[in-house]
Design a protein around this ligand. Structure first.
Ligand SMILES: C[S@@+](CC[C@H](N)C(=O)[O-])C[C@H]1O[C@@H](n2cnc3c(N)ncnc32)[C@H](O)[C@@H]1O
Length: 145
């Protein structure tokens, strides 16, 4: 059974303070994870602001959508790679963006995701489970060079 999505955001107050959020602005959390930083951003947006909360992991997207549901239409939770930000924005301009790079505790703690050496599990390592290519395929079938 998958663990409940659990990830403690890094210095949420300090990170989001540094964004210097203006009421009514448009912001992106490019690596939403469990929605910890997104939640802090959403709290500061005001009624007219908007947050795009993006993650390439469907489990993160589900956790963030649930966590941010009290903010209604002021938040869009998007399953995508943030490298597609230009298309996601569709011409809108951002007032600020947060990128908290890395893996989430949830990804490390879920053995079948294959990110951790702590459990004996398949070598998967896909951040987006819709991607076909696993680390096991690369390691076991690609030529060394
Ligand atoms: C350290 S966690 C972010 C935690 C988040 N700040 C929070 O408060 O819960 C990193 C997240 O980035 C996501 N991620 C990594 N590379 C990504 C990419 N290129 N596009 C979108 N999400 C990405 C991972 O799936 C993971 O959920």
């Amino acid at each position: 059974m998958e663990p409940t999505f659990s990830h403690r955001p890094v210095m949420p107050g300090e990170c989001v303070d540094a964004l210097n959020i203006k009421c009514g602005g448009i912001y992106a959390d490019c690596t939403a994870g469990g929605g910890g930083h997104s939640y802090e951003i959403a709290l500061r947006l005001g009624e007219e602001g908007h947050l795009l909360a993006i993650d390439r992991d469907t489990s993160a997207v589900a956790a963030t959508a649930q966590r941010l549901s009290p903010f209604g239409g002021r938040v869009s939770v998007i399953h995508d790679n943030f490298s597609n930000i230009k298309f996601i924005l569709g011409g809108r301009k951002l007032d600020g963006a947060l990128i908290d790079l890395g893996v989430s505790s949830y990804q490390l703690d879920t053995p079948e995701r294959g990110f951790s050496y702590m459990q004996d599990a398949p070598l998967d390592m896909r951040m987006n489970l819709d991607d076909p290519l696993t680390a096991a395929e690369v390691v076991n079938t690609y030529p060394a060079d």
